[in-house]
Design a protein around this ligand. Structure first.
Ligand SMILES: [Zn+2]
Length: 297
């Protein structure tokens, strides 16, 4: 586990998936904060009510580390604080993290926040339990019924879904529209600007996104392949067309960096953009199967 090297030195107790400890009545646990494409080592503190964004900003300024708000079930009742930079097993960094945790707890108390006491599912008092990779007051029964519902959702999503088809059709449609400017440019201008090709993968990913299909790896791959094929076909057409107009052989056109080679290289790179874009978007998508896995690990 990511925190194995230094969490015990900070007096965190290891549960199956979570390192946690108690500081002045508050439970603090370690977990990565997913920010865009980054996974940032952080600590989480569940509180008894919604944390106001003004308070979050004050804490952020005071302890000089990025903070964010989070919740498992209600509204932003958990504070995320990124761990101090530096080599995590050096004493200096460990001291800084300890101070950071203590200061954050002190500030939360001063601002009138108390530790989370009730189970977010039934709203009754409960002992702290592991909940996936979170740690909060929870009843075993509530957790079991939550996992059961999640399992049912995953099962329901497991077969073929009409939205997959919709996603593929929309991707083809929008990617097709996305390549039109490049085709027109080639046809009427006998040349084109390489970056305009990127509208094609953007279109494909837009189609995937708008379909709200369950994020499946195979679907992301298909979404990436659609613009790849369209751009490859486009380049075959465009290079032949432009070379002919310039009265060059296709070999001479593509061998010249200023003419074809540059477009071939950048066009080929951009043809793969759909894979990168779907990967990026996946970070923001709900994936019940992925969530369930955290409970089963
Ligand atoms: Zn409960």
């Amino acid at each position: 586990m990511k925190y194995d090297n230094y969490a015990p030195k900070l007096n965190f107790n290891k549960n199956k998936n979570v390192y946690e400890k108690e500081v002045d009545g508050f439970k603090v646990y370690l977990k990565d904060w997913q920010y865009m494409v980054l996974s940032i080592a952080s600590f989480y503190i569940p509180t008894d009510k919604e944390i106001l964004s003004g308070d979050k900003k004050k804490i952020e300024a005071e302890i000089d580390n990025a903070c964010a708000l989070y919740t498992v079930a209600n509204t932003n009742d958990t504070l995320i604080v990124t761990l101090s930079d530096g080599k995590k097993d050096s004493d200096k960094t460990l001291d800084a993290i300890n101070k950071e945790i203590e200061d954050t707890v002190k500030l939360l108390k001063e601002m009138g926040y108390n530790p989370m006491k009730v189970c977010p599912i039934c709203k009754k008092e409960a002992q702290y339990l592991e909940f996936g990779d979170d740690f909060l007051p929870m009843h075993e029964d509530c957790k079991a019924s939550f996992v059961e519902k999640l399992e049912a959702k995953v099962k329901q999503e497991s077969g073929f879904n009409i939205k997959y088809l919709l996603s593929i059709l929309l991707s083809i449609l929008f990617a097709g529209i996305g390549i039109v400017p490049a085709i027109l440019w080639t046809y009427f201008g006998h040349d084109y600007f390489t970056l305009v090709i990127v509208l094609c993968p953007i279109g494909a990913v837009l189609g995937y996104y708008l379909s709200h299909a369950t994020p499946r790896l195979w679907l992301r791959i298909v979404t990436g392949i659609i613009p790849l094929i369209i751009i490859a076909c486009f380049m075959v057409f465009a290079f032949n067309y432009i070379a002919e107009y310039k009265e060059m052989t296709i070999g001479a056109y593509l061998g010249n960096f200023k003419y074809g080679l540059r477009k071939l290289i950048f066009g080929s790179i951009l043809a793969f953009a759909g894979f990168g874009l779907t990967r990026y978007i996946y970070k923001f998508q709900h994936d019940n199967a992925k969530r369930l896995k955290k409970f089963k690990d």
